[in-house]
Structures are given as structure tokens and as C-alpha cells.
Design a protein around this ligand. Structure first.
Ligand code: FAD
Ligand code: NAG
Ligand code: NAG
Ligand code: NAG
Ligand code: NAG
Length: 610
């Protein structure tokens, strides 16, 4: 929610137009500069104790609703807002964080949001085969804690995933989730601001604006090197063909972030049947053990404990980390895990037994860039006109999708993402807890050309477990990064392909030079051993957590919800977020998270005869 807009309209009456523009530039300059200062000082919370300050003993009644949605993230925003379209439904949406704001609206500075209270501040458990660049081999694992969820702090890459991903979901025994089944929801949610070459596959009237990142001519400049190394140039990876190189699409509108907050919740906030309560940490789902039925939730707001009653359903949309945590704390989870923490078992289900993520390796090249630098004030002035560097989701200018194992496959297993050197003369503070050596390496990365390699279908999976029976404690996030040797091999195959970029004509012109990782210098240059070493140091979580409450037929040993997203064996409880993904998708998760929210809202409405 952007308070400043009202403020500036008011100022417009008082001052002259030019003065107002200067004031606006100064407002944003101060906003960004003070956020940078705060980010440098900020230390991430280690647990939920913030919510437990001055906690009351008594529990107050918050009232009765038809549906209680836990978490206003990408999926929760959509499902709650769509359900509130039904006037006879009374909806309560509970969100642990606050509203989005003027800072979250600026696409370019999203890294800055990670060093603030908008991020839960999780770290993984110590990793065996990766995260060597972090102290204690624990990677930072950002999650959004605000309305819009992770979609309010994310990189805004708009990638739906591949037709084959969803057809596979259906083939695994989840009727209603094939590509043809989910396509109407992708079309419903999006408003694609581009040519209508594949009009039958794209949506042009939905709340989520998506645009081609087209302002810079980098793509045109670099596309010759893509063809030189054998990538086809494609116009829209979210349409018929995903394999190839294309301009990246982002979810922004008029140069500002689009999220579940801006596209769904905020426009619906005045609906009388839609109660959005922020800074409310849900601590437990209330379940009648005899009837095996969810009937409400417990939460803490401003040091006060509350209960709220759900007459129809509780919908859990707390994301792929917090949803399984809340389930287990409420007695739904693997019986051995619950017993370990003395949590009474209501339903034994394999919650958290599988945690999937896309891992990512960034490669960096020195480049003899002649690009002009932009000052912050210039960039802000452009931003106010909806253009320029601040309107862009980082420095990314292209994606390329390939399948390293089977060239003929239409489904990629690798995504390359390309960044040009930043033209902006500010430095965004990086996340904490890199090792000293990694920090030194990162010093070399100013003004580099970067290629991030995403592993789209990792073999390795991790787990999400409880640290204790108390929601005060953060859960244990073990992503088991590079846990399977096959993932190392796939990365290595993709590195062999992409480093050919260093031999293209354009690379020669700009004098591209791959920067080596200091700790791996002992290995023979460019050998497999060298790259395996680099992988372990540079690997990062893709932050696309999924599959911790898998949608699958009952016979699947990992099944937690059915194809209508109902928790097996518990009435009145659905899960609507990325936890339900049966397998990871060939893309970033946000578009799919929106789609899951749209589809779930329709399924729920239909179940109640709407
Ligand atoms: C830093 C980062 C960058 C990313 N970049 C991209 C990208 O460029 N493109 C892309 O497509 N995807 C990206 N992703 C992934 C994508 O944003 C997420 O997969 C998606 O937002 C997940 O949606 P969700 O609804 O499952 O969960 P979330 O959006 O995380 O929503 C969960 C919500 O529940 C709230 N909540 C949790 N626990 C409680 C509780 N106990 N009580 C009350 N509320 C609670 C949280 O605060 C949050 O608002 C990124 C993610 C991160 C973190
Ligand atoms: C908790 O109570 C103390 C003492 O009454 C007060 O100083 C403090 O501000 C309170 N904290 C919060 C978060 O309300
Ligand atoms: C939400 O419900 C609570 C409890 O019934 C009430 O105190 C609060 O005013 C409501 N908020 C809105 C915005 O309707
Ligand atoms: C970098 O580019 C400039 C201008 O094109 C050129 O003069 C210079 O020699 C180049 N430097 C290197 C190290 O390639
Ligand atoms: C990160 O660094 C801070 C400050 O040195 C330290 O207190 C914290 O424990 C570290 N966190 C992890 C997960 O290592």
C-alpha cells in the first residue's frame, strides 16, 4: 500500500508541479538511502520471539468466519481475494508480516528487502555438499514476511513452467492438473503486455501484469552470441516453445512490482466480507480430534492471543516452509517426528519428508563494459516516469532453457539467466554470513557479466523438520543441496555448454574473462574436479521451495493432499501454496503459485455450489 501517492497528490495542490517532482525524487532518494543504511545494520531474527514479547495469558475470541486463510503470500492472496468475491462468504486473511510499501514497489532494489523485517531470515541447516561459501555451511534462505509473501520480495521473473510439468502432475494421479486443465487459470491471472503471437496461450485481462523486459537493447546486442553457441532465439518461453533463448518476462506494471498484494488483496480490501489482519502470527490450527475436522486457528497479534473460528474451512497458505511447520505443530505430520517433540498425533502424514528447491550456480565474467553510469537521482527521475534502471527486476536481460540430457526434449532441465553489469552507482548491501573468502571473491564481482544456472529438476530432495514443539523456534530447513551426484553431473554438463560463450565473437570484443574461485585453484583449470569444487562453494538455494505437502494419490508414500488440495484424513483443511507441488516446475515458482491460488478458489467455490 502506497501512502506516498496520497501525500504527493495533496502536495500537488500546494506546490508547483516542478517542485513536487523534485520533492518526489528526494523522497525516494531518502527512502532508498536510509533503507541501505538500515540494511547494513540489520541482523536477521533467529526465531519468532518478536511475536512473543509481552504475551498475554488469556485468549480472546476474534470471531467466526466461513474461511480462514493463513498467510497472504502469492497463493494466499489469490485464494482469499477470489473467495471474497462471493458475498455470502466471510473471509479472514491472517498475515504474520505487514503491508507492502513504496520500497517493495521498486523492482531493481529487491535485494535490499532481504536485509529487513520483510524477510523471515531463515538459514538452512549445515549442508554436506554445498553452501561452502557460507559460515557453517548454512545458506541464507529468504522467505517473504508481508502481504504478497515471497512474491513481494522476489526477483519478479515470470516463468510459468513447461506444459510437460503439468501433464506429469496429472500423470502422477492428480486429475485436473494437466496443462490443458491449468492453462485457463494461467490465462485468467495474467495480463501479458506484448504481441499476441500466441494469443491462444496467453492471458490479456488478468490482474498480474507481465511484460517483456525490453527497455535495454542488451538482448539484441547479445543475441548473436546465443546463436553462435547454438541456442535458438524464441519470442515467448511462456508459450508454445520453451527451449531456446528469449528476453526475460517480469511481473511489473508501469515499472513497479506486481504481487499478490498489489494485484489481488489491496484492490479488494474494502469488501465488507474480507477481513485482512496483518502482524498476526498463526501458532496452531485448531482440530477436533474426534471428528478429525479443522475448525479454526490460534494466533498472536500485538502480544494478545486470539482464536478465530472457521465455519467452513481453514486454508493453509503459509508457503512451503511454514505450512509444513504449522501442520506438524498442530498434530499433522510423520508420527516419529511428532513423538520426538511430544506433540499429540492427530494424523500421521508424511509432511515435510520431501523438500524440493531449484539450486543455482552463478558464474561471473569480467567484461570491458563501456556502459554509462546512472546516478540514483537520475534513476529515480526515470522511475517516476515508469522507465529506466529502477523499473527493471535487476540486471537480467535474457533467459535460456535447454535440456542437457536430451536435445530433442521440449522440457528443459537447465535454465540460464543472464545479467549485464549494473549501471547504477549504488551498492546494495549483500546478505550476511558469507565466509571471509567468499566476501573477498564477491569484491571482484562489481561490474561483471553474470550467468546464473538453475537446475530445474533436481534429483536431490531435502526435508523440513521441527526444531521443537514451540512455534517460537524456526523450523529446520535441510535442502540437501547437491545431495545427489546426478545433480553435480547435470550442472557440469551445463557449464561445459555455457562457458562456450567465452569464445564467441562478442565475448572477444568485450574481453569476457571468467573469474575463478580462489579455493578451487588447486584443481586443474577447467577440469571436472575444478568445477565440482566451484559448485560446492558457489551453489545457492534457488528459493523456490516446494513439495513439502505433496499432492498425490493416497497410495503415494509422500501424499499429504488430494487433487482438490484437501489434507488426507482431516476435514475442513486445505493447503493452497507451493507445498502441494508434486514435482518442481521448469521455471520460477511465482506464476505457478498464483495459478494454484486461482484454481483452488474455483474448486472451493464449486464445492459450496457457487
Ligand atoms: C528472494 C526470492 C526471490 C525469488 N525470485 C523469484 C522470481 O524471480 N520469480 C519467481 O517466479 N519466483 C521467485 N521466487 C519464488 C516465489 O516468490 C515463491 O515461490 C512464491 O512466492 C511462493 O508462494 P507461496 O504462496 O507458496 O508462499 P509465500 O509467498 O512465501 O507466502 C507465505 C505467506 O504466509 C505468511 N506466513 C507464514 N507463516 C505464517 C504464520 N504462522 N502466520 C501467519 N502468516 C504466515 C508469510 O509471511 C507469507 O506472506 C523467489 C523467492 C524468494 C524468497
Ligand atoms: C513490553 O513491555 C515493556 C514493559 O512494559 C515495554 O517497555 C515494551 O515496549 C513492550 N514491548 C512491546 C513490543 O510492546
Ligand atoms: C476483523 O475482525 C476483527 C474481529 O472480529 C475486528 O476487530 C476487526 O475490526 C476486523 N477488521 C476489519 C478490517 O474488518
Ligand atoms: C576496453 O574497451 C576500450 C574501448 O573499446 C578499449 O580502448 C580498451 O583497449 C579495452 N580494454 C581491454 C582490456 O580490452
Ligand atoms: C550469521 O552471523 C551472525 C553474526 O556474526 C551470527 O550471530 C549468526 O549466528 C550467523 N547465522 C548463521 C546461521 O550462521
Amino acid at each position: 500500500m502506497k501512502i506516498s501517492i496520497i501525500f504527493f497528490i495533496f502536495l500537488g495542490f500546494v506546490e508547483g508541479i516542478d517542485d513536487v517532482r523534485e520533492l518526489k525524487v528526494t523522497y525516494y532518494e531518502n527512502l532508498i538511502k536510509s533503507a541501505i543504511r538500515e540494511a547494513e545494520q540489520y541482523s536477521l531474527p533467529k526465531d519468532n520471539s518478536l511475536h512473543f514479547q509481552n504475551l498475554s495469558q488469556d485468549i480472546k475470541d476474534f470471531g467466526e468466519f466461513d474461511f480462514i486463510v493463513v498467510g497472504a503470500g502469492s497463493s494466499g492472496s489469490v485464494v482469499s481475494t477470489r473467495l471474497s468475491e462471493v458475498e455470502s462468504f466471510k473471509i479472514l486473511l491472517l498475515e504474520a508480516g505487514g503491508w507492502d510499501d513504496d520500497l517493495t514497489a521498486i523492482p531493481y532494489i529487491s535485494l535490499l528487502l532481504h536485509q529487513s523485517e520483510r524477510n523471515w531470515g531463515y538459514y538452512t541447516t549445515p549442508q554436506k555438499n554445498g553452501c561452502y561459501g557460507w559460515r557453517g555451511r548454512r545458506c541464507a534462505f529468504q522467505r517473504g514476511k508481508l502481504v504478497g509473501g515471497s512474491g513481494s520480495i522476489n526477483g519478479m521473473a515470470y516463468v510459468r513452467g513447461n506444459k510437460g510439468d503439468y501433464d506429469n502432475w496429472a500423470a502422477l494421479g492428480n486429475p485436473g492438473w494437466s496443462f490443458d486443465d491449468v492453462l485457463p487459470y494461467f490465462k485468467k491471472l495474467e495480463n501479458f503486455q506484448s504481441d499476441r503471437i500466441d494469443a491462444d496461450l496467453r492471458g490479456f485481462a488478468g490482474p498480474v501484469n507481465s511484460v517483456n523486459n525490453k527497455e535495454e537493447d542488451y538482448f539484441d546486442k547479445f543475441s548473436s552470441q546465443f546463436t553462435e553457441i547454438g541456442f535458438d532465439i524464441i519470442h515467448d518461453y511462456n508459450a508454445k516453445k520453451q527451449i531456446g533463448a528469449a528476453r526475460n518476462q517480469v511481473h511489473t506494471k508501469l515499472g513497479q512490482r506486481v504481487s499478490g498484494a498489489t494485484a489481488y488483496v489491496t484492490p479488494a480490501i474494502t469488501r465488507h466480507n474480507f477481513n485482512v489482519t496483518i502482524r498476526a502470527l498463526v501458532t496452531k490450527i485448531l482440530i477436533d480430534d474426534f471428528e478429525k475436522k479443522a475448525y479454526g486457528v490460534e494466533f498472536i497479534k500485538n502480544g494478545q492471543r486470539f482464536t478465530a473460528i472457521a465455519k467452513k474451512e481453514v486454508i493453509l497458505s503459509a508457503g512451503a516452509i511454514n505450512t509444513p511447520q504449522l501442520l506438524m505443530l498442530s498434530g499433522i505430520g510423520p508420527s516419529n517426528e511428532l513423538e520426538k517433540h511430544c506433540i499429540p498425533i492427530i494424523k500421521n502424514l508424511p509432511v515435510g519428508n520431501q523438500l524440493k528447491d531449484h539450486s543455482v550456480v552463478p558464474l561471473s565474467y569480467k567484461i570491458n563494459s563501456t556502459e554509462e553510469h546512472v546516478t540514483l537521482r537520475e534513476a529515480i527521475s526515470d522511475f517516476l516516469d515508469g522507465k529506466g534502471i529502477l523499473t527493471r527486476a535487476g540486471n537480467r536481460f535474457a533467459f535460456s532453457f535447454i535440456n542437457t540430457r536430451n536435445e530433442a526434449s521440449p522440457v528443459p532441465n537447465i535454465e540460464f539467466s543472464f545479467d549485464y553489469p549494473s549501471p547504477l552507482d549504488i551498492i546494495l548491501p549483500s546478505q550476511s554470513n558469507f565466509t571471509d573468502e567468499n566476501l573477498k571473491y564477491r569484491e571482484l564481482l562489481r561490474g561483471t557479466f553474470n550467468i546464473a544456472i538453475f537446475l530445474l529438476h533436481p534429483k536431490s530432495s531435502g526435508t523440513l523438520k521441527l526444531k521443537s514443539k514451540n512455534i517460537l523456534d524456526y523450523p529446520l530447513i535441510d535442502i540437501n543441496i547437491l545431495g545427489d551426484i546426478e545433480d553435480m553431473e547435470t550442472f557440469h554438463d551445463s557449464i561445459k555448454i555455457i562457458t562456450k560463450i567465452g569464445e564467441t565473437r562478442l565475448a572477444k570484443k568485450y574481453n569476457l574473462q571468467l573469474i575463478e574461485y580462489p579455493s578451487c585453484k588447486e584443481y586443474c583449470h577447467n577440469s571436472k574436479e575444478y568445477w565440482f569444487c566451484v559448485l560446492k562453494y558457489l551453489i545457492e538455494p534457488g528459493l523456490h521451495a516446494s513439495s513439502t505437502a505433496k499432492m498425490a494419490p493416497k497410495t503415494d508414500p509422500l501424499a499429504v493432499v488430494d487433487s482438490k488440495l484437501r489434507v488426507y484424513g482431516i476435514k475442513g483443511l486445505r493447503i493452497v501454496d507451493c507445498s502441494i507441488m508434486p514435482t518442481p516446475i521448469s521455471g520460477h515458482n511465482n506464476a505457478a503459485a498464483f495459478m494454484i491460488g486461482e484454481k483452488a478458489a474455483d474448486m472451493v467455490k464449486r464445492d459450496y455450489g457457487i
